[in-house]
Write a protein that binds this ligand. Structure first.
Ligand code: F6P
Length: 554
């Protein structure tokens, strides 16, 4: 069946993935180099560690510890070309409706476009709207941060609680944690996402309602968790401050694309910060969804973050693929997923401030590319998105690294760290960095039985102490974790996801997979709450679980 998509998105005709010449060549090539060890690759090319690196926009990528040769890279770049990556990038930047299942443009790059740029959606330049919202956010942030905006009793706002989930939560939390050093330490920031009441209860238990501002962040303003938490917050506030309905306006603002629902909730749309349907939730941390970030770090720092994003946007758009950081990262992921049967990718930031970065990337990557049909609706006959996971180093070293070093799974790892830290305590930073370098070295080169024996290990123990090595990793180094740097890092992964989605020919911008569970929950809620015994029409397991829960409620 012909899709309306092909025409609409001006997608270049591409062969199905497994029929592309580069794919076939990569398959043959992967057979040849499958058993090649990184020890050999490094021994054969003493300059490999300097050669297979790439520096752009202040990020340095060492990809030499990957199981690749120059030929691999050449073929991966060829695959990108045959997959129409260049044309897809142009289509995205041009504002074509590449999110074909929702008939939407995909323009997170417009969120950080400088004033004066022009990006058209349906013939209208959206950049001025973006800056209008940024200006409104700036004015609001200045009023809050200076104490000019006061709560209903005249006290300045000291606490900000962002209520949102998914893309309306993970970006704001991650950015707040990442940029804590740049935040106003006189203010308290909390993030409520889970429909589990514990999340809200713990977030507010020590807050003075009179000094608290709630930001209800929801693109749709219909999400069950967010709306439930928002209503609970309103009740909490009114109870604490004495039930003045009119005071809601002083303590609630909204970030949404849905003005009608915002106003229905009782928030004055003058206190609403908008964004647009061409911003996907998981690509929205630099839109008004970043209001809590701006309140924490200030408008100037927020602007620097946007500049960081934009620098990588420009790099991704213009650099040849072999010198293109996001493209290269994306292609290397494809290499392991499709030709080495890897199932997961570990994100290992060696910077405590990035502790929520892996969680943030989980939504970005897996909600984007966790798809099993191509743009034209055919089931893929190859693997798509890996499972992304991770924890900051060095903590992970003392838990799951065992499996990465000696388990039976191949797990490509991204190590991310910075030359400088703002918390320069004694020898901590040298130790931290030494661990990054040690881990990537150990993963790549391991320890042979001969080396283990030479240490005097008894024969029976040798197999247990051998490290096979040949475990691939990328190392990403940068100066220092600043707002600008955070923007660069996020954009790096956004575009790596885009590259992967293009190769796999999936729609990286919808998320129909989350719908069924939501709909079923809506059906089950009244069944749990019904005063009379409901007639259950689920399967026997679900029926039984519902009955048990109802019984426990008495
Ligand atoms: O359920 C998934 C999802 O739609 C995400 O894509 C989104 O980021 C999240 O829910 C929150 O949606 P909203 O911002 O509309 O509340």
């Amino acid at each position: 069946m012909a899709t309306p998509a092909a025409e609409e998105i001006k997608n270049p005709h591409v062969e199905p993935l497994t029929q592309r010449n580069a794919w076939k060549a990569l398959q043959a090539h992967s057979e040849k180099i499958r058993d090649l060890h990184l020890r050999t690759l490094f021994a054969d090319d003493p300059k490999r560690g300097e050669r297979m690196t790439l520096e752009a926009a202040g990020l340095f990528l060492d990809y030499s510890k990957n199981r690749i040769t120059d030929e691999t890279l050449r073929l991966l770049v060829e695959l990108a070309q045959e997959s129409g990556l260049k044309q897809r990038i142009e289509a995205m930047y041009r504002g074509d409706k590449i999110n074909i299942t929702e008939k939407r443009a995909v323009l997170h790059i417009a969120l950080r476009a400088p004033k004066g740029a022009s990006i058209l959606v349906d013939g209208e330049n959206v950049v001025p709207q973006v800056h209008e919202v940024l200006d409104k956010m700036t004015a609001f942030a200045n009023r809050i941060r200076s104490g000019q905006w006061t709560g209903h009793s005249g006290k300045p706002i000291k606490n900000v609680v962002n209520i949102g989930i998914g893309g309306s939560d993970l970006g704001p939390v991650m950015a707040y944690e990442a940029l804590r050093h740049f935040s106003d330490r006189d203010m308290t920031f909390r993030f409520v996402s889970n429909v589990d009441g514990t999340d809200f209860a713990e977030a507010v238990h020590d807050l003075d309602a009179e000094e608290t501002l709630f930001i209800v962040s929801s693109k749709t303003f219909t999400t069950l968790e967010t709306m439930t938490n928002a209503h609970t917050a309103r009740t909490w506030l009114l109870e604490k401050i004495g039930g003045h309905q009119s005071s809601v306006a002083k303590h609630f603002v909204a970030v949404s694309t849905n003005a009608a629902e915002v106003s229905k909730f009782g928030i004055d749309t003058a206190n609403m910060f908008g964004f647009w349907d061409w911003v996907g939730g998981r690509y929205s941390m630099d839109s008004a969804i970043g209001l809590s970030t701006m309140l924490a770090i200030g408008p100037e720092n927020f602007q620097k973050m946007l500049e960081g994003f934009h620098e990588i946007d420009e790099h991704f758009r213009t650099a040849p693929f072999e010198r293109n950081l996001p493209a290269l990262l994306g292609l290397l992921t494809v290499w392991y997923i499709n030709f080495f049967d890897a199932h997961t990718v570990a994100i290992l930031p060696y910077d405590q401030y990035l502790k929520r970065f892996p969680a943030y990337l989980q939504q970005l990557t897996m909600e984007s590319n966790g798809k099993h049909v191509t743009l034209d609706g055919n089931r893929v006959n190859y693997a798509t998105c890996p499972i992304y996971w991770g924890e900051p180093g060095t903590n992970g070293q003392h838990s799951f690294y065992q499996l990465i070093h000696q388990g039976t799974r191949l797990i490509p790892c991204d190590f991310i760290t910075f030359y400088r830290t703002v918390n320069n305590l004694g020898r901590h930073h040298d130790m931290l960095i030494a661990n990054v370098f040690a881990q990537t070295e150990a993963l790549a080169f391991g320890k042979t039985p001969e080396q283990v024996k030479a240490e005097g290990t008894p024969d029976w123990l040798v197999p247990h102490r051998v490290f096979e090595g040949n475990r691939p990793s990328n190392t990403i180094l940068a100066d220092e974790l600043t707002p600008k740097m955070l923007g660069k890092l996020v954009a790096l992964y956004e575009h790596s996801v885009f590259t992967q989605g293009t190769i796999w020919q999936v729609n990286s911008f919808d998320q129909w997979g989350v719908e069924l569970g939501k709909a079923l929950a809506q059906r089950i809620i009244p069944e749990l709450e019904s005063k009379t015994e409901p007639e259950l029409k689920h399967d026997s397991s679900t029926n039984n679980l519902i009955r048990r829960y109802r019984k426990s409620k008495g």
